[in-house]
Design a protein around this ligand. Sequence first.
Ligand SMILES: [Zn+2]
Length: 324
Amino acid sequence: MAEFEFLQNPITKKWVISAPRRAKRPDIAKGSEPPCPFCVGREKDEKEVYRIPARNASASVAGGGGKEGDANWLVRVIPNKFPFAPIHEVIVHSPDHRKNFDELPLPHIELIIKTYRQRFNEHQKKGQVCIFHNRGERGGESLPHPHTQLAVVPFEVKMELSRLDPQASVGQAPKALGIYSNTSENQIVESEMLETPCFYLFCPKTSQWPDEVWIAPKSRGRLFGEITDEEITDFAYTLQRLIQIFDHRHGNEFPFNFYIYPGGDWYLRLIPRQKTIGGFELVTGIFVNTQNPKETLSFIKEHFEKPDIEKIKLQHQAEYFRHV
Ligand SMILES: [Zn+2]
C-alpha cells in the first residue's frame, strides 16, 4: 500500500490524506523509543538533504566543512521517515535536544529561518510548500527534539487557508491590515497592530483560537522565499520574543503550532493550543473564541521591545559567529 494518498470527498470537495503508516511513528514523548533520531551521533542513519555546517568545521574539512554524515552541523534537513506528502522534510533546529525558539541564541534562529527559505525556494515550483512547527503533545509533536516540518502539497489540492487582504497596505503605510477567510472579510485597524522595522504583528478580530497571532511583512505581495536577510534578523527576533512572552503568559513549554502561508503575500500564524475543540466547532468549522484578540495584543505590546536591527547585527558578529 502507498505510504499516503490524497483523497477528495466528491460531495464536499474537501481533501483528506490517508496515511496509515504514520501510526507506526515512534513516540518518544511516551517513552516507547528512547534514542532520539535527531541528536548528534545519528547523522548516518538518514540521508541528509541540506545542512548549515558549523563554522569551525570549514577550516578542517575540505570543500567547506560539515559533510553529510559528520557531526559538524548547526541546522540539518532530512526526509521525513513517515511522509504524508510527495516531499516531506524535517528541519532539525539545532544539535540541542531541548532548546527551541525561546532559548536558542538569536543568530541561530536566523539560521533556522534561512534554512526555511532555502528549502522553500528549492521546492516552490513543485507544489504548495507548507512549513509548520508543532510544539508539545497537544500541538501534535511526536518527537521532542525541536524541529519544523516542510510538506509539499500538490497544486491541485485546495487548502482552506485564510489570506491577507491583497488590497490593504501594499506599498504604503497601512491604515488597516485585512484578512480574507473563506466566508468573510474583516479589517484590522492600525491601533491593533504592533510594528517592528520590517513586520506587522496583529491579532485578527476573526481569530479562531485564543491568543492566535499573525506576523506579516511590511513589504507585501511576496512569497516567503523572497524574505531578505535584513527581514530575517527582525523576524527571528520578533518570533522569539513572541514565544517568550507567551511562555510568560501560559507557562514554559506551552503547546503551539505555527505555519507559514505557502502562497503569495506570505504571513506566519501562531496558534497556542491549550483549548480543546468541542463538538460544535469540530462539526461546523465555526469556532467559539473565548479570548478577546485586543487583550492578547495589549499583553504582547506590554512586554515587547522593538528590535534595533543594527545593534542585533553587531551583537551577532561579536558574540556568536566568532564561536561557530
Ligand atoms: Zn535529540
